[in-house]
Design a binder for this molecule. Structure first.
Ligand SMILES: Cc1cc2nc3c(=O)[nH]c(=O)nc-3n(C[C@H](O)[C@H](O)[C@H](O)COP(=O)(O)OP(=O)(O)OC[C@H]3O[C@@H](n4cnc5c(N)ncnc54)[C@H](O)[C@@H]3O)c2cc1C
Length: 389
């Protein structure tokens, strides 16, 4: 019997655990520091009947039907498109920026010739990165690009990443784009949805298998030791360690700490049933916070809500500090040349053991969406399979 340990019951750990348990018919132990499975995708039903996402809102989207279907094996989904607005200068503007936003910002009459230009210049393109507008040779287009860069993105990014506003380069906008039509969906993927009963239920179903044992409230690092290029768990030699936590922590920060941004997510209850115009609103100009989410608008079955009112989360970005009261969750890796160089040293260290597999957003020190998490874990399983059999 192989001794297989998975650290972390988030998306990456759970998917790999299920694949090994089912496809290889082999027992696996999954160790999770928190008191629940599902990692940052965790959601819970609160006492008022709201389905609340404690670590920030998650929307599932992909262009790959098989990826969508993979999740559908464990939970029933309903079709849901994430809609959001930007609150700027006292008004709610469409987001992502699209043809409505041009009209909202410039007035319909002035917007008309610009819309003609945008249609002509970007014919057959549905989404265009904001920096392409900023840099465009046509003066009207670049002026508009600069207007939205200044109003919506500069301040938002400055707060989110704690970068002085004058240092924000238009190239950080690579992931931010404008719809060249009236499409108001935040993500323009073919398959989008949410599990009716929530992500936690999905992962509980996924992890319900005779070969899987889950150990919650357990910091794996209290049990892992290294000796002569061998990994031990509770003193027993490990055949395969699948690690989805912070890689610097695994090796006691010997090459230095990796930087992350964190969030302090606060929850506020309102008596009204509808507080925001869309389920998400970004606040580039607000002091401290960047986004609010109204969970009622993400729920499949609002008849389960027992009260009149609505619950919102408010996200305050901050530096990650493992030992602090707030900001102790590593949400977003800060990937720079320096941090990448530190990360590479940890990867080399892990390679020395030959049986440590690093998978997921923390162990690989990169931001991944859920669909990438699924696809990557499934691919990764193939490597682990060839190692184990
Ligand atoms: C605020 C926010 C919003 C997001 N929204 C979306 C979205 O809308 N759509 C989308 O596609 N993606 C979204 N994502 C990305 C999504 O959260 C990730 O793709 C996914 O969570 C990755 O899963 P993972 O298993 O790699 O990491 P995680 O979910 O972080 O899981 C790692 C697990 O390992 C555990 N762990 C770590 N160290 C130890 C240890 N020493 N011992 C025991 N356990 C340990 C942790 O407690 C955690 O449960 C969002 C991410 C964030 C931060």
């Amino acid at each position: 019997m192989k001794n297989i340990i998975i650290v972390g019951a988030g998306g990456s750990g759970a998917i790999l655990g299920r694949q090994i348990a089912e496809k290889l018919d082999t027992p696996v132990r999954i160790i999770e520091r928190r008191n629940h499975v599902a990692g940052n995708m965790y959601d819970e039903w609160d006492e008022r009947g709201f389905l609340v996402q404690k670590y920030g809102p998650h929307h599932f989207y992909t262009n790959n039907y098989h990826t969508y279907h993979f999740f559908e094996q464990y939970a029933e989904f309903f079709m849901h498109y994430y809609k959001s607005k930007n609150y700027i200068d006292g008004q709610y503007l469409s987001m992502p920026m699209n043809f409505y936003t041009v009209q909202e910002l410039m007035g319909r009459e002035k917007a008309a010739p610009l819309l003609v230009k945008l249609r002509k210049e970007f014919a057959e393109r549905e989404r265009v990165p904001i920096y392409e507008l900023v840099e465009h040779a046509d003066k009207d287009i670049s002026e508009y690009g600069n207007l939205i860069f200044d109003k919506a993105y500069k301040t938002y990014i400055s707060k989110m990443w704690d970068i002085p506003i004058e240092k924000i380069d238009k190239y950080v906008l690579e992931r931010r784009s404008m719809s060249m039509n009236y499409d108001e969906r935040v993500a323009d993927y073919d398959f989008q949805g949410l599990p009716k009963e929530g992500f936690t239920k999905l992962f509980e179903n996924m992890l319900s298998h005779k070969n899987i044992s889950i150990h919650l409230n357990t910091n794996a690092l209290d049990h892992i030791s290294f000796c002569d290029n061998q990994v031990y768990y509770d003193g027993q030699c490990v055949d395969c360690l699948i690690y989805t936590g912070n890689i610097d922590e695994l090796f006691s920060y010997k090459f230095g700490k990796l930087p992350y941004r964190s969030l302090d997510i606060q929850f506020e209850y309102h008596d009204e049933e509808s507080v925001l115009p869309t389920e998400g609103v970004s606040y580039p100009q607000a002091k401290g916070y960047v986004r609010k989410i109204e969970f009622r608008k993400m729920m499949y079955d609002t008849s389960r809500i027992k009260v009149r009112g609505s619950i919102l989360s408010v996200e305050y970005p901050m530096e990650y500090n493992k030992d602090a009261k707030k900001g102790n969750i590593p949400y977003y890796p800060v990937v720079t040349e320096d941090s990448q160089a530190i990360y590479n040293q940890y990867v080399e260290e892990a390679k020395k053991y030959g049986n440590i597999f690093l998978c997921g957003r923390l162990a690989e020190f990169r931001y991944i969406d859920m669909h990438t998490c699924v696809e990557h874990a499934l691919e990764y399983f193939e490597n682990i399979k060839s190692y184990l059999i």
